[in-house]
Design a protein around this ligand. Structure first.
Ligand code: HMG
Ligand code: MG
Length: 330
């Protein structure tokens, strides 16, 4: 049976903002998350427990999680808030906050169903680890080899799962690396994905960090993953729109059977260790595109477009969403 439901993972508050040089006030970040919570999105990536020396903009992620625990924003659907954690130190920051507010969030995300929605829909926390498909990118982003990163993630995943948290695992540069070019081996991606799933990750998000992905190479990658026995329902696509190919690649992935897509409001974003990478594909563009195909995202396009307009002005950037601008008549 054809499944027309698509899940959009909003990564604007993390991937969208992490690269901004000027420190963005905590209140602005919280307002962004609170506004996004009202749009029908089911997952919002809200911060990163990473070294503040490496990514200063994410330094107040603890305050963000604390705010969400203390005052969960009203939302029409139960929300999952995702936070990056590259090691157990990052995970411990999340755990120490969770322990201060033990009743604030739902923990058994796997079994989360209509029951929770009826109860008013407590939010849940998700932890995201992030590996790379090339050694150079792993060194630049995590200061260690792919193997070492996977050993660290094993502990993070195990401990997060033991605490009943959902775990997402990114693999970056799957369709092109700023240091190694287009020659990223899809079999390598498949083997890293398999390892992360075996460690207990609930979902693999395939990052086209540089936006170098093309339609044929997206198809080749997904075919390779399918041949390696990886199920579409365990995959998400994370496209950056640097070369303007994100929606074309999205169409290819959708056709292949993928139903989870990462995007950021207003097309915010970049990656500090991926020179030249511009924003994630804009949430407005993905929602509009999915609707045009008769797919159901559950996301209110007008609301998201308003948020894109507001946040890009707030941080002094151009609104990178063609759809957002068109919807607003701007
Ligand atoms: P390192 O320097 O090798 O770490 O960095 P270390 O273990 O030697 O520790 C060095 C210092 O960092 C110590 O502090 C630690 O306490 C501290 P000091 O003693 O010098 O004061 N530290 C931490 N502080 C806070 N939270 C932590 C943490 N861990 C250590 N969790 C490390 C290794 C992984 C920490 C570093 O490389 C790092 O933080 N990297 C993160 C980089 C990052 O966030 N990149 C962007 C996200 S990935 C992305 O954008 C791609 C994605 O969007 C998908 C795609 O598009 O492809 C997900
Ligand atoms: Mg990214």
């Amino acid at each position: 049976k054809f499944d027309n439901r698509v899940k959009i993972v909003e990564v604007g508050p993390r991937d969208g903002l992490q690269n901004e040089k000027k420190s963005i006030p905590l209140a602005t970040k919280i307002e962004l998350i609170e506004r996004l919570a009202k749009t029908g999105l089911q997952t919002i990536e809200a911060g990163a427990f990473v070294s503040p020396k490496w990514v200063p903009q994410m330094a107040n992620s603890s305050e963000i999680l604390e705010h969400l625990l203390k005052t969960p924003p009203p939302s029409p659907v139960p929300l999952t808030y995702s936070f990056l954690a590259p090691n157990t130190k990052g995970l411990d920051s999340a755990f120490s906050l969770l322990s201060q507010y033990p009743k604030a969030f739902e923990t058994e995300t796997a079994g989360r169903s209509s029951k929770v929605a009826q109860e008013g829909g407590k939010p849940a926390l998700e932890i995201a680890v992030f590996a790379a498909a090339t050694e150079s990118f792993s060194q630049k982003n995590l200061n260690c080899s792919i193997d070492t990163s996977l050993t660290r993630f094993k502990d993070v995943i195990q401990q997060a799962k033991a605490a009943n948290l959902r775990v997402r695992a990114y693999i970056s540069v799957v369709l092109g690396c700023p240091f190694e070019g287009y020659d990223v081996d899809p079999h390598r991606v498949a083997s890293i994905a398999t390892t992360l799933l075996e460690m207990g990750a609930d979902e693999i998000s395939l990052g086209d960090t540089t936006g170098m992905g093309t339609a044929p190479r997206t198809k080749e990658l997904l075919s390779c993953l399918s041949s390696a026995g990886i199920r579409n329902e365990d995959l998400a696509m994370h496209f950056h729109d640097t070369y303007g190919q994100a929606l074309v690649n999205t169409a290819v992935a959708l056709e292949h059977g993928i139903r989870t897509f990462d995007s950021s409001v207003g097309g915010l974003g970049g990656c500090p260790y991926s020179p030249g990478a511009t924003g994630n594909v804009a949430t407005e563009n993905v929602v509009y595109f999915m609707e045009s195909l008769g797919m159901d995202t559950g996301v209110d396009l007008d609301r998201v477009a308003d948020i894109g307009h507001w946040i890009t002005r707030e941080i002094g950037k151009a609104n990178d969403s063609a759809v957002g601008k068109a919807v607003l008549g701007a």
